[in-house]
Design a protein around this ligand. Structure first.
Ligand code: KIV
Ligand code: ZN
Length: 516
């Protein structure tokens, strides 16, 4: 039987450290539920000491999500470990993940501690965490820049203290595959008690090598890999889950290992994470990019028609992207609509279903042909309602060559209806200015983009807007067949996130200090 690699997903912890990717607790729960459907073995749900919001999110995930082990991060300090244990308490299977930097540069400048002190603190942290759970992971932060001999001593000591997983992070993305593979092979061969722990890796993508480094580690004996959906994370991100999993699947001949991932859930998970974080997936991204299964060259198209395997090593269906099917039209009923959504993996309450069905009917009137991607966009557009303070009710735009674009916007706020108008450099600018007047804020527009969900001139447009206000960066999304309306929705969605993040502002301040 082939070796089973443990998939440890850290989208909700390291992934959320991606600038602008701040998620609310309900959004985290939504993603965690989808990660469970995807079949990850471990969900690292957050860093509870960092903020009450993070602690609350970990707790709700621990209460609700069944199947995967739920992990929480903690520095090697009592308050951190206590907070992680408290947040994880309701979980059936829980893991405390403690970390402490071991590299010379971190010891000297960040921690100002000698090797002996680091060793003592690491052992203490694992022993302390073991009071709460059998399942304890230890990470020597910046392991790839740590002296191998000292690293081995730390690993041996923490395993002796009870660590059941030892994780080797390439914290700054410095490693290169041959060297990193050798490091893992050395650890597996030389740490005397290594057979008592799972050997994990956690790679960052600063040199674009997070996935190759993770794969090299697996080839040399690692049994757990830490990764994120769409590769999101601090700076250039973490190793991408979908790239690792699909490489292991497609090249099983080489790696000879398997994972428990249900790969047909990959596309949906990628889309959900992108929608809720507002981090767009680049079109040429491997596996989940919009172009990943598109063939443009005539020679390739001809080859594919003659034999698919001439130019395709995997099928879009393998990651859950049915060949864009025509699913429903304007005469389709609520029952057919609900059935199709269930087949796509969406579980909606009756109220949510009613709202989504109304949106579908509007869209079917405009668009005639409604595809799976359109349905996903409609449903996901309805999802962020959990932190909805403002809602877009009405939008009127006057624009054209030779006129000053003007927008009239009506919003609702806690049952009250607010209306104002503004002019701007273009219709979208006018909309944003009118919204700013209504909410009494002028956040900085960091980025704005519009993409189409499916092909054709009546396609749904999806707008993504990133805003910054008083050091907080958030992204919002909106979908509509009218790109100005999609933009206004995205703007309101980002404003709502800004408000909910601002209310946790003092927590966020702490978190910026604490995050590894
Ligand atoms: O990159 C890193 O070193 C980390 C650790 C906390 C595992 O994220
Ligand atoms: Zn990391």
């Amino acid at each position: 039987m082939s070796r089973r690699i443990i998939i440890f997903d850290t989208t909700l912890r390291d992934g959320e450290q991606c600038p602008g990717a701040s998620l609310t607790p309900p959004e985290k729960l939504e993603i965690a539920k989808q990660l469970a459907r995807l079949g990850v073995d471990v969900i690292e749900a957050g860093f509870p000491i960092a903020s009450p919001g993070d602690a609350q999110a970990v707790k709700r995930i621990a209460q609700t999500v069944k199947g995967p082990t739920i992990a929480a991060l903690a520095r090697s300090l009592p308050a951190d470990i206590d907070a992680a244990a408290a947040a994880l308490a309701p979980a059936k299977r829980k893991r405390i993940h403690v970390f402490l930097a071991t590299s010379p540069i971190h010891r000297k400048y960040k921690l100002r501690k000698a090797q002996a002190e680091i060793l003592r603190q690491a052992v203490w942290a694992v022993t302390y965490a073991k009071r709460y759970t059998e399942d304890v992971e230890f990470s020597p932060e910046d392991a790839s820049r740590t002296e191998p001999e000292f690293l081995s001593r730390v690993l041996e000591a923490v395993i002796k203290a009870g660590a059941t997983t030892v994780n080797i992070p390439d914290t700054v993305g410095f490693a290169i595959p041959d060297q990193f593979g050798q490091l893992i092979e050395g650890i597996v061969a030389q740490v005397p008690n290594i057979d008592r722990a799972a050997v994990s890796v956690h790679c960052h993508n600063d040199l674009g090598l997070a996935v190759p480094n993770s794969l090299a580690a697996i080839a040399h004996g690692a049994t757990q890999v830490e990764c994120t959906i769409n590769g999101i994370g601090e700076r250039a991100g973490n190793a991408s889950l979908e790239e690792i999993v699909m490489t292991l699947k497609i090249r099983k001949d080489f790696y000879g290992v398997e994972t428990g991932i249900e790969t047909t859930q990959i596309a949906k998970t990628s889309r959900l994470v992108s929608t809720l974080t507002g981090i767009i997936v680049q079109p040429n991204k491997a596996i989940v990019g919009g172009n990943a299964f598109r063939h443009e060259s005539g020679i390739h198209q001809d080859g594919i028609l003659k034999h698919r395997a001439t130019y395709e090593i995997m099928r879009s269906q393998d990651i859950g992207l049915g060949a864009s099917q025509l699913v429903l039209g304007k005469l389709s009923g609520r029952h057919a609509f609900a059935k199709r959504l269930a087949a796509l993996g969406f579980r909606l309450s009756n109220t949510e279903l009613d709202r989504a069905f109304r949106r579908f009917k509007d869209l079917a009137d405009k668009k005639k042909e409604v595809f799976d991607e359109d349905l996903a966009a409609i449903v996901e557009d309805e999802l962020p309602a959990a932190h909805e303070v403002y809602k877009l009710l009405y939008l009127y735009i006057a624009s054209g060559s030779g006129t000053v674009p003007t927008a009239t916007v009506r919003l609702s706020k806690e049952g009250k209806v607010l209306e104002d108008a503004a002019s701007g450099d273009g219709p979208v600018d006018a909309c944003c200015k009118a919204i700013n007047r209504l909410i009494g804020l002028s956040p900085e527009l960091v980025s704005y983009s519009v993409t189409s969900v499916t092909k054709g001139k009546e396609a749904l447009g999806e707008a993504t807007i990133t805003l910054r206000h008083r050091g907080i960066e958030v992204s919002g999304r909106g979908a509509s067949t009218d790109v100005i309306e999609a933009s206004a929705k995205a703007y309101v969605n980002a404003i709502n996130k800004l408000i909910s993040t601002s209310t946790r502002r003092s927590d966020l301040k702490r978190r910026h200090v604490l995050h590894p």
